[in-house]
Design a protein around this ligand. Sequence first.
Ligand code: IMP
Length: 500
Amino acid sequence: MKILDEVSRTLNEFLLVPGLTTADCTPDTVDLGAPLVRHRVGEPAAIRVATPLTSAIMGAVSSPRLAIALAQCGGLSFVHQNQPVAAQAAMVQAVKRHKAGFRFSDINIKPSATLGEVALLLESAERDVAVVTDDGSPHGRFIGLISTDDFHPHRHDLASPVASRMRPAQDLVTAPPTITLSEANTLIWDHRLDVLPVVDAGGLLQSIVLRRDYELHKRFRNESIDADKRFRVGAGVNTHDYRERIPALVEAGADLLCIDSSDGYSVWQADTLAFVRDTYGGRVRIGAGNVVDARAFRYLADAGADFVKVGIGGGSICTTRDQKGIGRGQASALIDVVAGRDAYAAETGVYVPLCCDGGLLTDAHMAVAFALGADFVMLGRYFARFDESPAPLVRVGGQFFKEYWGEGSNRARNVSRYEHGGGSRLTFEEGVDGYVPYAGSLYDNVALTIAKLKATMISCGATGLPGFHRDAVLVPVSQQSFLQNSAEIQLRDRPGDAGR
Ligand code: IMP
């Protein structure tokens, strides 16, 4: 037995001491860009993000809708693995197909379908236009377009066929498959189109180009996209069915994988990493974790992890510490693992990024995590509160909440995340099922978080995360400081304050 000579500390127990703010420290010059995968020191990483926020590998958090919104804002989601392989691969595909300049047409209908059917299709997909093809498939014969502008349930008989209200192909501008994206966008603007169908010589639909995509691209300058201009998306995997799951996710287009486990210091993680290395060489990138000390970091880095996730027991929905007595304060864990990462980089010349996962309750906690050396953070509760999360919005006692549940809760029963190799079935819960205050749109909240992180870095005189890691000065806070912070003022309630 060994007892560490330290007190386990949380992120809440540190404050940053300001550094000299120089003239080059402005919101426009501060760069939050971060590497996501291992790379040689001094060289750029193959996968980077402009916004160092990732969404947790959780069913209540990382849906295709949230993944698209977060990628637009420059971050990355990890689609959860507590579902059949085909369902997870379909979610990854949904993100990859959302925007490619030339898009796979995913909302299609037959001309013989009813207006009622197309209305339902558009409503459930949250879209306003469907492509009409002879067989209702994405590559059928192109027949026309029908949008919510073409019919109204109060004016038109919903039992009438789509063909009665669609705009037929012969009246529409279409393009041949040889068209370039910039030519397609010129056609869209010249003809005031919302949708440009790309149709081959035989009349079969190939793809569509949307005006909306052009606008989004102009609005979101930091978006996370691959070389084909498709949104980047990650996916969780486990150490059980990885031989089947990983090839399906790679085929679906996942940009980055991550082994999803509450305790990553295991031979099963090394086996999974070896499988990826042996099967794909360096072509597929995969992170591992979670760990809370430098020994475990070194084990996973040596086994080939592309990044390592830090944090056990700190998650807002987590009961691991109560149930099993395992964990470490998130700040203490980070300090130890960051030292391990930096020693590894000095020794091998290879930088393995760290992800701080769980227990980040405020933007200030994120700032402290970055100051302590995290390259990027992973958030569950934070994203669960937004419109874009897949969890239901509910009203309790006059206030709006989103449901949020842990992957180790009975509701999720994510056996692969919590079964530590013994093959036993989940017999106790390591997470809870509850509500978090609804906080509105991801776009607004992420913009606010970015603004706060930049403001912190400016106060500390840093224009980038590497400099922030190197120069940040932190101080542990005393119990008295906490008391002073909860000042003797009765605060006036303001709408929207419940969220933070
Ligand atoms: P949060 O951002 O504090 O809500 O924490 C999210 C993180 O908690 C996830 O990324 C997981 O690492 C972890 N987690 C997810 N589900 C559970 C659970 O049921 N028990 C313990 N930890 C969990």
